[in-house]
Write a protein that binds this ligand. Structure first.
Ligand code: SAH
Ligand code: F3S
Length: 481
């Protein structure tokens, strides 16, 4: 189950409201995490000022951009296949230019230009503001590349255009990069050191979204709980900040509180939380505000202390249980989800059993589960042998997925015959007579449309369910509109 954000969105070409005066056509496709989808909106915004409108037809494009993911080998292979497709189209439309953005651009750098003849442009995640200059070089007939990672870049001053938006939910980036150095993970190499965005620009973006009719935002970062604003600069340099900067610094709990108060009717989600950084303050702030959704995505990766240590995850299984207990104590109805990796180097059957027993303890609402994929340059790749055979990894993953299915079913069934609050996002995929939306706990719920419209927050009586979806009937608008 290779899934980071809604699977149906992977590789989606994104379009936005176009400007009449723009004459050139941009086709932009995104893979991987929510941050990539959010970054593509920033890129579209930058290029909209350079005469580009977006198109959903690859064949019509003057410029094709693919925002790439390096997290697992499979993600990279998907992009390589897309490049073959672009190549076929370029034969019909030779003027078309192709650019690679995101984590593969950062990881492979100029190698991309050598390996893939189709590629004209390689741009890393911190260099999108340089796109106008890079495109000018491409137009002059030269290949162009900028993969410089930045200490400051957070794109806080760019108002993203909302691509393929349902007009109801939006992503808002709050941190970039990651300092954690989990030994399996390529992200610290492709997205650089951690830095936080000015809270003022975050609040302005949220206020603007509310004014434009949006009803829910997700604060995004690789490790949101580590958010720290002290006037700019890297998180690791906080020690060197002045006393005034330290005294007025804004941490994640403060930021959540500020956002929840600034727009008391806007639903607020956040992702992703790293167990070692999720503080009691954050959980208390969630408990205090009705508009902060009661769901925490809390990747654990493994249930074995030995493997957690080898992964450089800075907490034990027991500390994780304590955190879960604290969450359930302060927010009894909080949903918890996970990421898990099967078959990290040296993982034994006993380690795997520890993962299954950890899952039994937590009974996660849902999760994203992967087999270990060795990534070049990571500490695990340099120091450890990828020694769990592929068939063993797959079997362990299947056991994890099966157990998760059972837990999801238990969790979903708990909502039978209760009334939940659902924000309507779109038409249900299964029926054009039904709406689909999510509860505060992030469960999908479907129900007959009746008189309601997209963007309504409705009370829904749950009468039935599948393992992952709630089925019910709307019984009125929520008082928390
Ligand atoms: N903190 C990030 C994590 C990004 S990676 C966030 O915002 O979600 C998402 C998930 O991919 C990780 O939690 C991990 O479970 C998985 N992952 C990362 N590197 C991996 C690898 N080398 N092999 C398999 N899965 C991996
Ligand atoms: Fe990767 Fe660990 Fe950061 S999974 S993104 S290094 S928290």
């Amino acid at each position: 189950m290779e899934k980071i954000i809604d699977e149906s969105k992977q590789g989606e070409s994104l379009v936005l409201e176009n400007k009449e005066q723009n004459t050139r056509k941009l086709y932009i496709e995104s893979y991987g995490c929510a941050m990539n989808f959010s970054d593509s909106e920033i890129v579209a915004s930058i290029l909209s000022n350079q005469g580009y409108n977006t198109t959903q037809k690859l064949e019509d494009a003057d410029l094709v951009l693919v925002n790439t993911c390096s997290i697992r080998d499979k993600a990279e292979q998907t992009v390589r296949k897309r490049l073959e497709k672009y190549n076929a189209v370029k034969r019909i439309n030779p003027g078309m230019k192709v650019g690679v953005l995101g984590c593969m651009a950062e990881r492979l750098k100029s190698k991309f230009l050598e390996e893939e003849k189709i590629v004209d442009l390689v741009v890393g995640p911190d260099a999108y503001k340089d796109l106008p200059n890079l495109l000018a070089e491409v137009e002059d007939g030269r290949d162009a590349i900028n993969v410089i990672l930045s200490k400051e870049e957070t794109y806080g001053d760019i108002s993203p255009v909302r691509l393929n938006s349902n007009g109801v939910t939006a992503f808002v980036s709050i941190t970039r990069g990651c300092d954690n150095m989990c030994t399996f993970c390529v992200v610290p190499f492709t997205r650089g050191r951690e830095r936080s965005r000015d809270p003022q620009s975050i609040l302005e973006e949220i206020n603007d979204l509310w004014a434009r009719g949006f009803k829910e935002i997700t604060l995004l970062g690789q490790n949101v709980d580590s958010y720290l604003w002290y006037g700019g600069g890297l998180k690791k340099d906080f020690d060197k900040a002045s006393d005034i900067q330290k005294a007025t610094a804004v941490n994640f709990a403060n930021l959540l509180d500020m956002c929840a108060k600034a727009q008391p009717h806007m639903r607020i989600r956040f992702s992703t939380s790293n167990p070692q950084d999720l503080t009691l303050d954050v959980i208390e702030t969630m408990a205090k505000h009705h508009n902060i959704c009661k769901h925490i995505h809390l990747p654990v990766q493994s249930g074995s202390n030995r493997i957690l240590k080898a992964m450089n995850r800075l907490h034990t299984r027991e500390e994780y249980f304590q955190l879960i207990d604290n969450i359930k104590r302060l927010i009894p109805d909080c949903a918890i989800s996970h990421d898990l990796i099967a078959g990290f180097p040296t993982e034994t059957e006993q380690d795997h059993q520890d993962t299954l027993s950890l899952m039994d303890y937590v009974k996660y609402n849902f999760g994203y589960m992967f087999t270990y994929s060795e990534r070049p340059g990571t500490l695990a790749e340099r120091k450890m042998e990828d020694d769990v055979p592929e068939d063993v990894k797959k079997r362990r993953l299947a056991e994890i997925v099966q157990l998760q299915r059972e837990h999801s079913e238990i969790r979903t069934k708990q909502y039978l015959n209760t009334v939940v609050e659902v924000l309507i996002e779109k038409e249900s995929k299964k029926s054009n007579k039904e709406w689909s939306g999510r509860t505060s706990q992030n469960s999908v719920a479907v129900f007959p449309k009746a008189q309601y419209i997209i963007g309504d927050l409705v009370k829904v009586k749950i009468t039935d369910c599948t393992s992952a979806t709630l089925i019910g009937e709307a019984i009125g608008l929520s008082d928390n509109q």
